[in-house]
Design a protein around this ligand. Structure first.
Ligand code: ATP
Length: 608
């Protein structure tokens, strides 16, 4: 297989942290210059956390979307798609827990009022200067304003990093009290204290931050003309809930039986406290989510005698009847890893974080984050969670509409069980639920659940691979970015950018050039080729500037193949070269002579 030039520069830069910031700056500037990503509403000064995809970015994103859609649904028999609305009944978000708990901790700088996500504040060490308050030092002001001001002055602290003079901390405190109405604040009751790794101070000026407060991340709006609280609705903060809310309709309308999945790609909105790192944390973004519904392990136990146990050597190549949630979860981690490898994100740029018991949501059995080595750090690209039956059960309870399925095979399997076996299962489940600190069922509910299961009814459990399309686009942009030094004919050195996208996701697959734009026969031939290829591939036609300039333009866009039509193509050097063109490969710079009729056959397999 051709090596698509996985950018060596990336590996080099990853090991040289000092070059990380310039690299991101170069990428951001290339994205704007070449039309990958623009700031939303830029002509009005932009809007923080919102991004637009330009002509090349829109194609790149579309290709990523298509690769995901194909791998997760089209190429499988056990996944069906859904395309739901962004605004849904607000009860969905109440039932899912988003109204009550979908929040991030937020702190404000007491001096500048800048808002921080408390858990993202850079930890700092140093000496904290603390003042119990301030007194008005200006006599006239003291008389004019109320004396009570002194008494009302709140305490304030500033963190002073090592090596800075205490005066700089006092200056910040004076500014703070001035903002509160003091003309000449005299700081009172100064004390100091050493702190390590504190997130309680603004990293930019050392000023104290407010205590973290939960901030709900959902954007809301009103549906209808009255705009009262009763009309409040939310822009979805994830695509997953629509899948749960439509689960029954999908089951009833298609011929899928558990285990099977429902997938969706679509916009999601989160009013992030601090959007950052270019598009990495945006307020409007796209998610690609699969909810893969499986039988509870107890049903597998009844059907197969036991549930397959995962081990390092377990064969995950094809789903098996005796798989429980653990094997399915591992399988999806493997499938997603293979997907990333297929678009050029191999083991060298990915990492995995298996959430610890303390990190896991109370209902989750396991969750692994697939991380990508971004230039600004190794960060989450996708989460794959085993969520039990939490979501469908929550909607069943809130909507009072049954979300369980009837499974003939499960019913038949339990029919073969003895009363002792059933009683033992009930006891085992009771013990399990009693041991839970949150969300455990009462003994009575456990019996009810088991009795339903014995009759073949259960609420499916779910494995959820949830990926961010914009984060993936950013990952492939940073991975593709490479710089090469070229020396021109006059001996001048220049640095050129080559976007080494995997051909499957490259925005344009091929560009066609006539050697000279003022030769109508060359132009007509090149346009003919372009017309016939563009029906099959994202193709570009370019006749401006020297061939070298045109190659450089396509390299920056990441186009893997360029074709030049010259006089040989017209048969001027003899019939053997007639209807052949020069095919140039982006990463190797290699050029070969190929027949026009062979072009599609060479390129299509490489880009699909
Ligand atoms: P993070 O911890 O980074 O905020 P998360 O764990 O809240 O992410 P999920 O709710 O699991 O994210 O969402 C699934 C995926 O959606 C994430 O892995 C990520 O790729 C994407 N995503 C989530 N929030 C954002 C955002 N603000 N901007 C861009 N993509 C996002």
């Amino acid at each position: 297989m051709r090596d698509w030039g996985r950018p060596r520069i990336f590996a080099t830069l990853m090991s040289q942290p000092t070059k990380e910031i310039p690299l991101m700056e170069k990428i951001v500037s290339l994205c704007k210059r070449r039309g990958f990503i623009f700031q939303s509403s830029e002509i009005y000064g932009g809007i923080n956390g919102f991004w637009d995809y330009g002509p090349l970015g829109a194609e790149l994103k579309r290709n990523l979307r298509t690769t995901w859609w194909n791998a997760m649904m089209r190429e499988r028999e056990d996944v069906v798609p859904l395309d739901a609305t962004i605004i849904m009944h607000p009860a969905i978000w109440k039932a899912s827990g988003h109204v009550d708990t979908f929040s991030d901790p937020m702190s404000d700088c007491l001096l500048t009022k800048k808002r921080f996500r408390s858990d993202h504040v850079e930890p700092q060490s140093g000496v904290v200067y603390h003042w119990s308050g301030a007194k008005e030092g200006d006599e006239t002001a003291r008389k004019e304003i109320q004396l009570a001001l002194d008494a009302l002055s709140p305490s304030f602290s500033v963190l002073l990093p090592a090596g800075k003079p205490p005066e700089s901390a006092r200056k910040i405190a004076i500014q703070y009290y001035q903002q509160r109405g003091f003309k000449i604040p005299e700081l009172q009751g100064e004390t100091t204290e050493k702190v390590e790794n504190s997130r309680a101070f603004n990293p930019e000026n050392g000023a104290q931050l407010t205590e973290p407060k939960p901030f709900n991340l959902m954007f809301h709006t009103f549906v209808g003309a009255t705009a009262t609280d009763a009309d409040k609705a939310y822009l979805r903060p994830e695509t997953a809930q629509a899948i749960f809310a439509q689960f029954k309709n999908v089951v009833d309308s298609c011929r899928q039986k558990v285990p099977f999945g429902i997938c969706q790609i679509g916009k999601a909105f989160r009013n992030e406290v601090t959007p950052r790192n270019f598009t990495f944390r945006s307020r409007e973004f796209e998610q690609m989510e699969l909810e893969f519904f499986i039988k509870p392990d107890e049903a597998i136990e009844a059907e197969c005698g036991s549930v397959a146990q995962w081990s390092e050597s377990a064969d995950l190549s094809a789903p098996q009847d005796n798989w429980g949630w653990d094997m399915w979860h591992r399988y999806w981690v493997k499938e997603r890893t293979a997907y990333y490898a297929g678009i050029g994100l191999g083991a060298d740029v990915l990492a995995y974080h298996w959430q610890t018991k303390e990190e896991l949501a109370h209902y989750a059995r396991a969750c692994v984050d697939i991380l990508f080595k971004f230039p600004f750090g190794t960060e989450e690209l996708e989460g794959i969670a085993a969520r039990g039956d939490f979501d469908l059960t929550a909607h069943q309870n809130a909507s009072r509409k049954p979300q369980d399925v009837f499974d003939e095979e499960v019913k038949n399997a339990f029919a073969k069980w003895t009363d002792e076996q059933r009683a033992a299962l009930i006891e085992r489940k009771k013990t399990e639920h009693r041991a839970k600190t949150t969300g455990g069922l009462s003994d009575e509910k456990v019996v009810e659940w088991c009795e339903r299961l014995f009759k073949g009814f259960y609420v499916p459990h779910v494995i959820e691979p949830s990926a961010g399309l914009d984060r993936l686009a950013l990952a492939v942009l940073t991975l593709a970015f490479a710089e090469v030094e070229k020396t021109d004919a006059k001996g001048n050195k220049e640095t050129l950018t080559v976007m080494r996208f995997h051909p499957r996701i490259a925005p344009k697959k091929i560009a066609i050039f006539p050697l000279l734009k003022n030769k109508p026969e060359l132009v007509a031939k090149a346009r003919d080729i372009y017309e016939s290829l563009k029906r099959h591939l994202a193709a570009d036609y370019d006749e401006g500037g020297s061939i070298g300039k045109r190659y450089a333009r396509q390299d920056e866009a990441g186009t893997p193949f360029c074709v030049t039509v010259d006089f040989d193509t017209l048969g001027e050097k003899g019939p053997e070269l007639k209807d052949t063109v020069t095919l140039r490969h982006r990463d190797s710079g290699e050029q070969e002579r190929v027949k026009i009729s062979d072009l599609l056959g060479i390129i299509l397999p490489a880009v699909s």
